[in-house]
Design a protein around this ligand. Sequence first.
Ligand code: CTP
Ligand code: MG
Length: 575
Amino acid sequence: FMLTGWYYAFVIQRYSSSNRPSTSSNSIVSPRKSGVVTQTFDAMIDFRRQQARRTLLIHLGRSHSESELYKLCSRIGSITNMTLYTTNKRECALLEFSNEQSVKNLLKITSHFTNENRLPCVSRNLYFASQYTGARLKYPPVGREVQQPDDLLVDKALNDIHNVSDQIRYFWQKTKLTEVDTRLRYFVASLVEEALGSIFVDTVCLPFGSSVNTFGKSRCDLDMLLSFEDFRNKNIKFDGKMQQLRFLTKRSYLNDRFQAQAYLKILADTLKHFMAECTNVQIILPARVPIVRFQHRLSDLQCDVSMSEFKSSYYMSKLLWSLSSTDSRVAPIVFAIRRWAREASITQSAPGPWFSNFQMTLLVIFYLQSIEILPKLNYINEQYTTATTATSSFQDGIAANGDLSDDVILMNELENIRHIPANKANNSSLAILLKGFFSFYEKFDFQSSIITLLERQNMSKSSLIQAGKDKEWPIFVENPLVPSMNASKNLVESEAERFRQTCTKASQILSQSSKNLISLFEECRQAIPDDLIARAYPAPISIMPDLETDIDQEELTTIGHIQQEQIERAFDHSH
Ligand code: CTP
Ligand code: MG
């Protein structure tokens, strides 16, 4: 694990009857794990966010000092969970209190000891300077290892599994996000929320994309959506008359995009100058969706924060999560296809005129719908899709009179998808589904048909063009939340053909009984065509080049660090 710098994790968990995970709405047990659909997407997100607020991330200055840290922090409040992991040779503890107040108390005490010459920037990134020199404490007593092996080890183990379905399931289990991975993502999002929350009180920062939609691979990037209200809870009926009273607003901003850029600039400055552990802060404003990009060192996460008046990225995650929850075969098959696509250079880590992971996921879902394993989405009927223009169909969710707009109601309806029973009639194994995906797409006519998750009578491209909805794109993957809008405008025609040919090859490989998942990956491996590389998108230009290259680690962690002796003394005084 030292090679990858990631991932040795050790969980210390102590359950009392009051904080034991249960099947109540606070349970972290995912619906699939428990076999019972108990949670909604929003409830899951809210639980995780709440958990993150009760959590601190602590860099252990000395290894094996976790017992000492645990003992010390137990004096502040009851600890629900402590997970140890190592990243870039640094040992860290993700420590969750059962009560948010304990975090506040601890930070209050800790901020007393910040170097006097510094501005006390309180954050939940801490440093623990162990002073214990004696034998290791045998406390706390409960431990469990949750180590996620690196890709090479996974492939090696896959070779020893002979059944392709078992290989797919194993691959998914060993590469998906782990519990600590997930916790870290919500933790970082809560740090961002907190950083800006002191300036803009109702700041909400929600993770989205592969971090939350069940398709996240261990170590994938963290996408976050920033807003200044919890747009999900807009179900208050307003008195229409009150519209007469409005905030005065700045006139210097021509539109919402400019305003978003101004907010993001403040976020970038805050992270750069005051938030420990956030490094390489970049701000990319000219992008279609402006973003702040940074690295959070203690979690080793690459993060993107964006703002969008249309919260579609959040709802898209909800949609994918809901679809994935209807059938336990969805996530494993998506993982296998994504890996295959990566090996075959059908997808790339950088954006360009090729398929993205997100588009590949939509392709898998479209295929699973075609064989009736997943339901077609019929929350928007044909009439709606042709009558609405692409840009107006997904607005910010509130009608002028303050009521919820149809769109938000529709988005909330997404949850119901999960209650559509999986098609028991189609109990194809994962191996059959994998093969089926390739046979389906080797014959797919990208020239005349569209890929759509919506219930449509007519799936020909010409029907959309006739309706005046869009120009002729070489590949049309309909954005399910913005009907008639192409979510694959980046793709060039040659990619459809290359994709089809690679599917044919994959089909042939899998038709031989001696071949398995690993042979599929190895034999489909190909380089990306040169002419395509030449058309790659230029790297986004940051307007905030990073100046802090390699500041001494100790230097950065001084902010908010714990001095054990002092904390003990302060704690004793306060009682
Ligand atoms: N998204 C979208 N429409 C697009 C592209 C992206 O709605 N045309 C949303 C999706 O919810 C997607 C998320 O933005 O999941 C993040 O996009 P991206 O990071 O490209 O994809 P991920 O699903 O996060 O996959 P990866 O693991 O490659 O990051
Ligand atoms: Mg992503």
